[in-house]
Design a protein around this ligand. Sequence first.
Ligand SMILES: [Fe+2]
Ligand SMILES: [Fe+2]
Length: 292
Amino acid sequence: MPIPRNGDISERMQALGSLHTIKNLNTQPIVIARITQMLQDPATNTDELSLAIRTDQGLTTRVLKLVNSAFYGFPGKIGSISHAVVLLGFSTVKNIVLTASVLDIFKTNSGGQFARNVWKHSLACGVAAQSLARTVEYEFQEECFVAGLLHDIGKVVLFQLAPDDFSRVVEHTDKMNTLFYDSECKILGISHQEIGGMLIEQWRLPKKILNAVSSHHNPASLEDDDSKLTAIVHCADIFARALGYGNSGDKKIPMIDDKAWDTLKLDTVNLERLFDTIESEWEKAEVYVQEL
Ligand SMILES: [Fe+2]
Ligand SMILES: [Fe+2]
């Protein structure tokens, strides 16, 4: 479900007290916010992007560490952002920069073990989403990685801004052995999908990513062209749970939604081979685990 622009959701957020401060959540240093804006502009070129990244030493170091990891296949060979763009392409570097900035929200909160578990689960979902996208020949494979990384970000925000409400949800989830999402809907009347969606909207990331984050637990609600990316993230979340990588607040492995299954034609996919691919990609993604 796309995020409603007014009314309903903000009223529910107000009801949660501190959550309305999401607008003030300092998740991105100014330079990253500026780069994220630049990345949405098709006219941005490599020189402009490199220059903007270089103004932030921490970001430059992090991006170079990521591009030189086994995950991208050129370990230790890339010395500058412009070199990275030549070897990996603008779109890949763009997504690495987005990832590097996403990491900050996991780092800036004091979530300790919870944030680390969600980060691992989210990373596994990103890896699974990218592998699945490749398997079903979906065009926007890197966006799948980013959307997978972000899909549960609302849980981290909830933890950070409304710790008491978060604890009530955790308690209910454990007691009833249910999905974290179902507990949120029952106890709070709002879920991490919607909260995460608001953050994505604030960051002005592409609509596809917004829809995937805000509908990954009910992909059947989407009608438009973006439903494929949402279906991929929905399945990848379930695959990450099945593989036991990380944890994002519950122990459930839900069924794959029928519409998502049909959209991706999963009948024609060799799931065993896909799981092998996800496992080997997961090992290569170690650098991202270390980053937190
Ligand atoms: Fe979720
Ligand atoms: Fe998840």
